[in-house]
Design a protein around this ligand. Structure first.
Ligand code: SAM
Ligand code: SF4
Length: 320
């Protein structure tokens, strides 16, 4: 269905947990981020299926599973299978930190996962460990290899660049696209969470990367609702993508809403408004569709990142 501004909303980001096995410096709050959800207030796999079925009836066609770290949910395969059985859902993807991916890739594919985004902010062992609060780059690289071998397509790597921290690795990441059929994507640091809010001077603007690399050739835009703009180096197997929420506001074409693991619809990443559907789902299920319709219709015009935005939730709690 269309929202108040005429945007066709067809993409759901489903956060299945706010817990994580890493602690990326720009993402996780000082506590583990999970303690705020009261016992019994998490959506079950079955409840997620009910909400997504209702959303599919309103025009949602694509679902991306995220978190926190989605592979920490023991019932992740049930969640995937439930979603893949919903008529109208044509595309199921996931964003993961890749730490548990090597073993999971095959079962994820079998359970209905089609595409995969893996977050990786450095290719250097020690720097990766620092940025992620103890992550193991070797494990993530093995996870990427396993995903490609299982035929997940596309596999995309997401890198958040931070000035003076990892922006010297841009060409190392781009070099991965020479022989691997990967999309490597650079995401501008957003002011969500304390690190992002305190370090707006450390944003690496994507235009500055593109301008200095005239050998990057723009690809045709395939999907206007997709915020990444893609480039390619002639003869390379993969592509380089740029997601620029800070320098190029793409809200006019935004087609997504979010559902948090504690049952809140968050229509916009960069606006604090949320609509709780947990009690509606459990106590007044006949009202679920109308509540979802209202949440979609009233999606805000755009994010507030330029207005000293303070998010009430950190990214692991929203589902990046
Ligand atoms: N744990 C999974 C992962 O890391 O891929 C999924 C959840 S994580 C919150 C999803 C994405 O949000 C990651 O790619 C991460 O880099 C990104 N992210 C988190 N905080 C961010 C921020 N302040 N600015 C830009 N991207 C951010
Ligand atoms: Fe965990 Fe992903 Fe946040 Fe890193 S970005 S702390 S892996 S949820």
């Amino acid at each position: 269905m269309k929202d108040i501004y005429g945007r066709e909303i067809e993409y759901l980001r489903l956060s299945v947990t706010q817990s994580c096995n890493l602690k990326c410096i720009y993402c996780m709050p000082d506590n583990d981020g999970a303690e705020n959800i009261k016992c019994g207030r998490m959506l079950s796999a079955e409840e997620m299926g009910i909400v997504i079925k209702a959303l599919a009836g309103l025009g949602i066609k694509k679902v991306r599973i995220t978190g926190g770290e989605p592979l920490l949910r023991e019932d992740i395969y049930t969640i995937l299978r439930n979603i893949s059985n919903i008529p109208g859902i044509a595309d199921i993807s996931m964003t993961t930190n890749g730490m548990c991916l090597e073993k999971a890739a095959r079962k994820l594919k079998k359970s209905g996962l089609m595409r995969l985004n893996i977050s990786i902010d450095s290719l250097k062992k020690e720097r990766f460990a620092y940025l992620t609060g103890g992550g193991n780059i070797e494990k993530v690289l093995r996870g990427i290899k396993a995903s490609l071998e299982e035929g997940l397509n596309p596999v995309r790597l997401n890198t958040v660049l931070i000035k003076g921290v990892n922006d010297d690795e841009v060409d190392d990441f781009i070099a991965l696209t020479e022989n691997l059929p990967l999309d490597v994507r650079f995401i501008e640091l957003m002011p969500i969470g304390r690190f992002g809010e305190d370090n707006t001077d450390k944003i690496v603007y994507n235009d500055s990367i593109i301008e200095r690399r005239p050998w990057l050739v723009p690809c045709a835009v395939e999907d206007i609702g997709q915020p990444a703009r893609y480039y390619r180096i002639s003869g390379f197997k993969g592509r380089v993508g740029f997601i620029s929420p800070m320098s190029h506001k793409f809200c006019r074409n935004c087609n997504r809403i979010r559902l948090t693991c504690d049952g809140k619809i968050r229509p916009c990443l960069g606006s604090n408004g949320e609509i709780s559907i947990l009690d509606v789902l459990r106590e007044r299920p006949n009202n679920l569709v109308d509540t979802l319709k209202k949440a979609i219709f009233e999606k805000p015009r755009g994010h507030n990142f330029e207005n000293n935005f303070n998010s009430i939730r950190s990214m692991n709690m929203i589902g990046g």
